[in-house]
Design a protein around this ligand. Structure first.
Ligand code: UGA
Length: 444
């Protein structure tokens, strides 16, 4: 029974996983090549924000269940199975950049050459279908000189939401194991049996290609659901008294559809959906297929930015010379991550007009500064952000923004006007000021 686990890449996926395994009494060794990050982690500081992560990290370090290192040799010697969680960013053409994963696998392969034990490699990074059995397997065998059976290999996708990663690790909908051979699949299944005990979450053990496809199809389907409702939202805006929120409630009650991921807004952002959807499209092209549905959902996602700009122009009679307050910069609430944030995309578009922009976010200001620099003014409070403004745009639906009401807007803004781009507010409660929202038809 494998009890010594290692994790390569201590980012949004790897660090919560390392802490969770350590919490479940596995002996865990976590590796990262970023020495700044290693230093922080050794001091017990989580370099990213994740619900419950900071507390758990401190706890498992104090208990001595988690060791942090930058040495591959140490990692391989002190573990029997390794989860590879390094980033797989996009190339400029949308295809997946496998540089980091290849580098990690090369070094692991070389370490395996010098060690005489069975070692299981588990790939968690999102990679194009075919990569595990071809690229990764080839690199390990070439570098280690070993054959399958002397080492094991699985692709085991993650379905973690940022901000809720620990919750999702402890309560998964299912576990997908794409095993290169039977032995590898069995060992990984045993690891999860030890982790979860009874009742076990549902498990599918399959080949790597299906597991790789499941990961992409999952994210592309969720992005499709969002783009679908955003398409309906555009239609609603042309129909008197229509409201996309009610439509989403109605169709969401059909169990075959489900209510989740039917929130209309600025569209999908973050470090996963945009990257994975584009990579999937590119993968189709490489297979000689044009995935038209995927092309369309990207188009709809882009058009929600233009849609929001048009709503803003109509609401305040043109943007020229306007002062705009933006509430929310993170790509979604509950994280400080601004990668591919729709709020940032909206700001970049708005900056093409002659406008002045003030921004607020409960957690993402530091990260936003690295992207937006001095093009906008950063505010510590919502009130400061609203002061003397002509238009307030809600761009990320942090729960604390729900407290905003028309009295507050009237008190601080030069000319109170609110554009709700995430359908956080009840339009009935903003009748005394100018109000517009994505997916809300003209009031008649
Ligand atoms: C997503 C998936 O939900 C995870 O299952 C997956 O593991 C992860 O990508 C990944 O591939 O690693 P995440 O990027 O953290 O997780 O964010 P989501 O909560 O899925 O939201 C993605 C984007 O869609 C956000 O910009 C969010 O604002 C937007 N969204 C979500 C909507 O516009 N409407 C909705 O109804 C739901």
């Amino acid at each position: 029974m494998v009890n010594r686990i290692s994790i390569v890449g201590l980012g949004h996926v790897g660090l919560p996983l390392a802490c969770a395994f350590a919490f479940k009494s596995f002996r865990v060794i976590g590796l990262d090549t970023d020495l700044e990050k290693i230093k922080l982690l050794k001091e017990g500081e989580a370099p990213i924000y994740e619900e419950g992560l900071q507390e758990l990290l401190k706890r498992v370090l104090e208990k001595g269940c988690l060791k942090i290192t930058s040495s591959y040799r140490e990692m391989i010697e002190e573990s029997d199975a390794c989860f590879v969680c390094v980033g797989t960013p996009s190339n400029p053409d949308g295809s997946v950049n496998l540089k980091y994963i290849k580098e990690a696998i090369e070094i692991i392969g070389e370490c395996l050459r010098r060690i005489d034990k069975y070692f299981l490699l588990i790939i968690r990074s999102t990679i194009p279908p075919g990569t595990t059995s071809n690229v990764i397997k080839e690199i390990i065998e070439e570098r280690s000189g070993k054959r399958l059976g002397q080492y094991g290999l699985c692709f085991n996708p993650e379905f973690l939401r940022e901000g809720k990663a620990l919750h999702d690790i402890f309560n998964p909908d299912r576990i997908i194991i794409g095993a290169v051979d039977e032995k590898s699949g069995k060992i990984l299944l045993d690891i999860y049996k030890k982790f979860y005990g009874e009742p076990m979450p549902p498990v599918i053990v399959t080949n790597p290609i299906n597991a790789e496809l499941i990961k992409y199809a999952n994210n592309v389907f969720l992005a499709t659901k969002i783009s679908f409702i955003n398409m309906i939202s555009q239609l609603c805006q042309h129909l008197p008294n229509a409201d996309v929120k009610v439509v989403a409630e109605g169709i969401g009650m059909d169990k075959r559809i489900g209510r989740e991921f039917l929130n209309a807004g600025l569209g999908w952002g973050g470090s996963c959906f945009p990257k994975d959807v584009k990579a999937f499209l590119k993968f189709g092209v490489e297979m000689g297929l044009r995935l038209k549905l995927v092309e369309s959902i990207i188009e709809i996602n882009e058009s929600q930015i233009e849609n929001a700009i048009k709503l803003a122009e109509d609401l305040v009679g043109g943007l020229n010379g306007k002062r705009i307050s933006i509430l929310g910069l993170a790509f979604k609430p509950g994280t400080d991550d601004v990668r591919e944030s729709r709020a940032i995309r909206l700001i970049e578009e708005l900056l093409k007009y002659n406008v002045r922009i003030k921004v607020h976010d409960p957690k993402a200001i530091q990260k936003a500064k690295k992207v937006l620099g001095d093009k906008v003014s950063y505010c510590k409070t919502v009130e400061e952000c609203l002061t003397d403004s002509d238009l307030c745009i809600l761009a990320t639906e942090w729960p604390e923004y729900k407290e905003l009401n028309q009295e507050i807007l009237k008190k601080y803004m030069r000319k109170p006007a609110l554009l709700d781009c995430r359908r956080l507010y009840n339009p009935e409660e903003f009748k005394e000021i100018k109000f517009a929202a994505i997916g809300l038809g003209p009031r008649k």
